[in-house]
Design a protein around this ligand. Sequence first.
Ligand code: ARG
Length: 453
Amino acid sequence: MALWSGRFEGGPAAAFQRFSESLGVDLMMFEEDVAGSMAHATMLGEVGLLSETEVKTLIDGLAQVRSELREGTYTPGIELEDVHMAVESRLIDIVGPVGGKLHTARSRNDQVATDVRLWMLSNLRILDEALAGLIDALCTRIEQDGRTLIPGFTHLQRGQPIWLGHHLLAYCWMLHRDRSRVRDCMTRMDLSPLGAGAMAGTPHPIDRKRSAELMGFAGVVENAMDAVAARDHLQEAASLCAICVTHLSRMAEELVLWSTPEFKIVRMGEAYATGSSIMPQKRNPDAAELVRGKAGRVYGDLQALLTMVKGLPLAYNRDLQEDRHSLFDAMGTTIACVEMMQGMWSTLSVYTERYTEVLKGDFLLATELADYLAAKGVPFRDAHHVSGSLVKWCEDRGGNFSLLTLEVLQEHHSAFEADAFDWLELEAAVERRVSHGGTAWSEVVRQVALLRA
Ligand code: ARG
């Protein structure tokens, strides 16, 4: 008999029971459900709705249910529908009718909202720490190999020479903002819905702030209807996950590209690479590909959470039970992707000399020639044009800037002097870009220090 079966004569169809249960996903938050029940019982005792002995009986009983669930000696059947009824009905089995007093001044509607918020707070904390770990691994990588010359790309065409550290820092800042989104989301997550009841509050003299405090929440949701009906805090969490995996997916794509012989910037560590069942030479970047692929799953989760709530009349509707599949998947997948990225970055190696010869005289230095002339007072637009015609001159002769002589330079513009060749030195070109946030090593070091602090 379900705990709500008073007005029913028969039971639900077996097929409907299977269709409506949420135990499978709910059991992931039994710790939170028990914690919420303990706080509720304690608060009911403090306001005089339960005697001291009743509170003790309930708390001891709940502790027993919790250890049975932890140890797997209690495996609730689907007729119990969800984690709330699984915990409560086992409690009543253990402590008898007094167990029925626990549900005074609460409803499953505020319980589920509470449990999910508690679960999310712990998992957002885990995500935040995972992100900090990844940023840390990237900073370590920058300190180790950051002064490796690579082409900076636009349109995936060589653009300007940069340090690898400059490139990796771009990701560090994206991940840093992901962390701030996580913490911002936590401030809205950190409010207790418990005591909202079904939607209208309760006639009993409860103290919602006290139960919130006992659960470790920073405050309470102000409106009982909002408390049970709102899911924007969950959509927000899924959104930040979606944004975060977008960053990871871009990075994953670069690891895939960079580990090809064509780019050859990194070599994946064995711990994060796979072989092929037919091609013996393979060392595939599957971990990176999976991160890229799983990003799509997280977008789907966000989409599901948005669509599920759209058009729902207030307050609680059973549709909302579907939220955890998407939400838990989004959180779990995002955390796993961050951890994989950290693993990959900590174990790969960098081909530090790969581009030092290859880029000598490369046209990615064309901006340097323009900047050289601009520094001599030539309007940048004209300087750009001159540099472009020097590219064409070299290209027409089947070479690159290595063909240039002072005479050729001066034929193209009288402002050129011998020091122009200094501007074509790769390392000097990178090191000249000392503007705030530029690729110069001093700027890389400055940013790493900021991130580490
Ligand atoms: N299992 C339900 C859920 O996950 C709990 C709330 C049920 N409330 C109700 N009125 N049927 O959303």
